[in-house]
Structures are given as structure tokens and as C-alpha cells.
Design a protein around this ligand. Structure first.
Ligand SMILES: Nc1ncnc2c1ncn2[C@@H]1O[C@H](COP(=O)(O)OP(=O)(O)OP(=O)(O)O)[C@@H](O)[C@H]1O
Ligand SMILES: [Mg+2]
Length: 491
């Protein structure tokens, strides 16, 4: 076997193989377990077929012989390598170590492949041993927003708002489950038949959800929202046509003058991104407390306390909910409270905070229009079991929320801010709102891209006018509303 190898110096090769290791894999094929001659300096080089360039990893359709060869090489590698020693190396050295041993195996087993195929195999094996297997090339790409694995043979990605299928495949359901397990174990959780639903996070901050069989009928479904280190700014949103320059100006003022804001939108419409943008206009001397399920926000201010909810542990204990966090916030002398995503009864505590001197608090809610956002808040309060008359609930909502900013992902994949809407009050039992700024769809161009424009609705004096004046922003606000009256069509 590949005993301690003189050429590496790190001594991770082992003899005899101790089995186990960090990966649960199917046993290596018999051929891989058979004793191999020790490598000598005179060992012939592996037979190499002519190099051919391969398509990007995520688009490669591998043949079954690729997987057979890989399984053969992988089995021999696991026999030859001491995984606990490997874990002590940095990623680069570990890769080099694996490269050396894989090359030896290919030589000894007389496996015929081109240099490109050999590199492909090596990359795949390194990804399996050191990372998240077939997901690695997708995780390495900055342009991907979401990775959606629907069982071992189907992986979709979202790039620039468009969802497309990739050629990425897992060897089988067991490999996929193994990778899911590895991801969730990093945050001290477990996913299996008895606890098949799990939220987790990758070390880089990417948000992960796993739902395993038998709940996921066609194999484990793994969804990853990739963490963007460089969050989009309002200037970039203007550049992408998500909002007009005047609209962005209005949003900056709304952030500055301490309006209570709810960002509303569907899944992946850009709510968190928008909330993050708005927080940039908070003064640097304010004390801000953020509450999130998985920390995504990146506030620039120095005086920030970041809080995160906690799922129950394996014994089902120790859960800390968003309501617990928001309630606790109120005892921490916050000036603003920012809730990453309001999903349930915590809305009541956030509204109370908005109502009791914590102006400028913000949160996001899953809803498809400002109106729906208001009714969602009502039903979330009802979920909390508060026995308040409907009118009182509405009074609390309209008395607390100043502005709803609506985000949407349109059918061509583009993301737009479709409404900046003020909440005015109640008329009878009905909440009254007024749009300050809207996105109008005008049609489609020849490539199916939606053409539309942002425009002000002509409201000269929004309800938060006095607030803007108090903060010395009234002239800028008037100018922005004026200039926004007829926006340029954009695509
Ligand atoms: N206006 C935009 N233009 C282009 N890309 C955007 C825009 N807004 C957000 N994105 C990108 O879309 C992806 C989803 O954004 P984000 O996480 O803000 O959405 P979300 O509505 O909070 O999603 P979820 O409902 O899953 O919480 C991210 O990769 C983000 O960078
Ligand atoms: Mg979000």
C-alpha cells in the first residue's frame, strides 16, 4: 500500500488502512482493497491520452465509467490515506497530498485518461474529501444567488434572477445525504429520517435548508442562499434599474429621517438586500439592535448589537425564538430595532417597539403587495393568540408602520422596487395607504425583457414631510419627488 510516503513529508499516508474516517462511503471495490505494490522512483507514469478541454464543471455530463473509475480511485485513496492527519493540513497542502496519492493510484492501476479527465477526477475527489462534493464548483461561483438540489440527479441554480438546470449530479442519494449531514453537523445539528428538516449555515454565512426523505420524496432537497460578501448598494440597484435615482433618493431620506419601515416582497425578491441598503443611511451614532434567523445583514455603523435566533438542540431544548429576541431587545435600550424577517407573532413586539419611541425600526415581511403586507401583519398577530379586536390590531399596525417598500422579482428574472407606500391611518375599519412611488410595466422588448418605468404618483407632501423637515431633509425630499414624477422607461 501507499505507506508513509517519502515524497510528501507530511506523513498522512497510512498502513494498514484504519477504516472509518470522516466520510461514510460505500466500501471500496475489491480491486481497490487488494494489496498494491509500493511506489518506487522507477514507477512508470500513468498512461495519458491526449488532453482535451472540458466544459465548465457544473455543465459536465459524466458517463457511468467516470463514476466507476472515481469509485475505484476513491476506494484506494481512502485505504491509503489517514483522514485524521489530512484534516490537520491546510486546504492547499491537503489538496497536494491527495493529488500525489491519486496520481500514484492512477499509475498503479493503469487507468487510461487524458490530462483534462485526470484533473477533473482529481478535482471531484478533492471536493468529496475536503469540501461539499459536486456542490463545490457552484459554491465557488460568485454570480450564483441560489443553489437548489432536488435529489441526487437534479441541481438548479439562480443567476441574475433566472433559474436554470445544471449538469451537476451526486453519485447517489447516500452521497447527497452525506453532504447534507456534513453541512448541518457544523452547526451542531443532525438530519435523518427522524429529524428530516433542518436549517443551517455554511462557514461563509450562506443560508442552508435541508429536507430529507421520507418527507422529500425524490431524495434530499437542499437549498442554499449564497451569502454575498459585498452586499448590493442603492447605487447598484439604480444601475440595475431596480429603482430610479430619484426613488433611491427618497429611500435614503426615509432611512435617515427614522420612518418605521417594512420591506415587503416574495421569496428571493431582494427584501434583505433592500433592508441592508436602507440601514446604510442610519446615523453612525445610533444604537442599533438586529434580530435575525441567520445573520445576513451587514450594518456599517459602529454601535450595533447583532442577535440570532437558535433552533432547539438534538434533545429539542434551548430554542430561542424571534419573539424572545425582540422582547429582549426592548430591555437593551435600542434606538432602532431591525428584524431580518418577521414571520410570526414577533410582529406584535416589533410594532410595539415602533410605537414606543424606537422610531426608525425596520423589518421584512413576505407579501406580494403593500396591502397584502398589512393583512399579513394582522394574521401574524392572530397567530400569536392575542385576543384583541380586529380594529385595535389594525390601529396598532397603522399607528406603527410609516412606510412599506415593496420588492418584486418579475417574470423575466429582474428585481424591481415596485412601490414606496405610506400608511396613513384607518378610515372606518379599513387601513388607508398612499403610494409615493410606483413601478409601471409598459411592455416587453424583443428579448422578453420587461420594459417599465418608476414614477412618482404626484404626492407633493407625504405624511412624513414634517419628520423630513425636522431632520432638515425636506428640500431634498421635495426635489426627489418632483424629479421622480415621470421616470425614464428602462429595461
Ligand atoms: N435589485 C437587485 N438586483 C439584482 N440582484 C438582486 C437585487 N436584490 C437582490 N438581489 C440578489 O438576489 C438574491 C436574493 O436577495 P435577498 O436575499 O435580498 O432576497 P430575499 O427577498 O430576502 O429572499 P428570502 O425571501 O429568501 O429571504 C441575492 O443573491 C441578492 O444579491
Ligand atoms: Mg431575506
Amino acid at each position: 500500500m501507499f505507506g508513509k510516503r517519502g515524497n510528501s513529508g507530511s506523513g498522512i499516508g497510512r498502513q494498514p488502512p484504519s477504516g472509518g474516517g470522516t466520510l461514510e462511503r460505500s466500501p471500496p471495490p475489491a480491486a481497490a482493497r487488494a494489496p498494491e505494490p509500493a511506489r518506487t522512483p522507477t514507477m512508470p507514469s500513468p498512461p495519458i491520452a491526449p488532453a482535451a478541454s472540458l466544459p465548465p464543471v457544473e455543465d459536465r455530463q459524466r458517463s457511468s465509467s467516470f463514476y466507476e473509475t472515481k469509485s475505484q480511485v476513491f476506494g484506494a485513496l481512502i485505504e491509503a490515506i489517514d483522514l485524521s492527519q489530512l484534516a490537520k493540513l491546510d486546504a492547499q497542502s491537503a489538496r497536494e497530498e491527495i493529488r500525489d496519492i491519486v496520481n500514484e493510484i492512477i499509475t498503479i492501476k493503469n487507468i487510461v485518461m487524458s490530462i483534462a479527465e485526470q484533473e477533473d477526477l482529481l478535482e471531484d475527489i478533492c471536493n468529496d474529501v475536503l469540501g461539499y462534493g459536486p456542490l463545490e464548483p457552484l459554491l465557488a461561483r460568485d454570480d450564483i444567488a441560489d443553489i437548489m438540489v432536488n435529489g441526487p440527479n437534479t441541481v438548479y441554480i439562480e443567476v441574475s434572477g433566472k433559474i436554470s438546470k445544471t449538469g451537476v449530479r451526486f453519485r447517489d442519494g447516500a452521497q447527497l445525504m452525506n453532504i447534507c449531514q456534513r453541512i448541518v453537523s457544523q452547526v451542531g445539528r443532525r438530519v435523518d429520517e427522524s429529524s428530516p428538516i433542518c436549517d443551517a449555515r455554511l462557514p461563509d454565512g450562506s443560508r442552508v435548508n435541508v429536507i430529507a426523505p421520507p418527507l422529500a420524496i425524490d431524495g434530499a432537497a437542499l437549498t442554499i442562499r449564497k451569502f454575498k460578501k459585498d452586499k448590493l448598494t442603492l447605487e447598484q440597484l439604480v444601475k440595475y434599474g431596480s429603482i430610479s435615482p430619484e426613488g433611491a433618493e427618497i429611500l435614503k431620506i426615509i432611512g435617515r429621517v427614522r420612518c418605521n419601515v417594512v420591506v415587503s416582497g416574495g421569496t428571493g425578491s431582494g427584501k434583505t438586500t433592500l433592508l441592508n441598503c436602507l440601514t446604510r443611511y442610519i446615523d453612525s451614532d445610533e444604537r442599533i439592535i438586529t434580530c435575525e434567523d441567520a445573520a445576513e445583514l451587514q450594518l456599517q455603523q459602529p454601535h450595533v448589537v447583532r442577535l440570532e435566533t437558535r433552533p432547539p438542540n438534538l434533545e429539542g431544548e434551548g430554542r430561542v425564538t424571534m419573539t424572545d429576541l425582540v422582547k429582549n431587545c426592548l430591555r437593551m435600550r435600542p434606538e432602532r430595532i431591525i428584524v431580518g424577517e418577521v414571520r410570526g407573532p414577533e410582529v406584535f413586539d416589533l410594532l410595539q417597539a415602533m410605537n414606543t419611541g424606537h422610531d426608525g425600526s425596520m423589518g421584512t415581511i413576505h407579501a406580494n403587495s403593500p396591502r397584502e403586507c398589512l393583512s399579513r401583519m394582522e394574521s401574524m398577530i392572530a397567530m400569536g393568540g392575542y385576543s384583541l379586536p380586529a380594529k385595535t390590531v389594525r390601529e396598532i399596525i397603522v399607528g406603527s408602520v410609516d412606510v412599506i417598500v415593496q420588492a418584486a422579482r418579475l417574470r423575466d428574472g429582474s428585481r424591481r422596487i415596485t412601490h414606496v407606500t405610506e400608511v396613513l391611518g384607518l378610515e372606518g375599519d379599513t387601513p388607508i395607504t398612499q403610494d409615493l412611488f410606483v413601478y409601471e410595466m409598459l411592455g416587453e422588448d424583443e428579448h422578453g425583457k420587461i420594459v417599465g418605468r418608476h414614477r412618482s404618483t404626484g404626492i407633493g407632501r407625504p405624511k412624513f414631510w414634517d419628520r423630513a423637515r425636522y431632520y432638515g431633509e425636506d428640500k431634498r425630499l421635495a426635489a426627489a419627488l418632483d424629479a421622480a414624477e415621470v421616470g425614464e422607461p428602462m429595461r
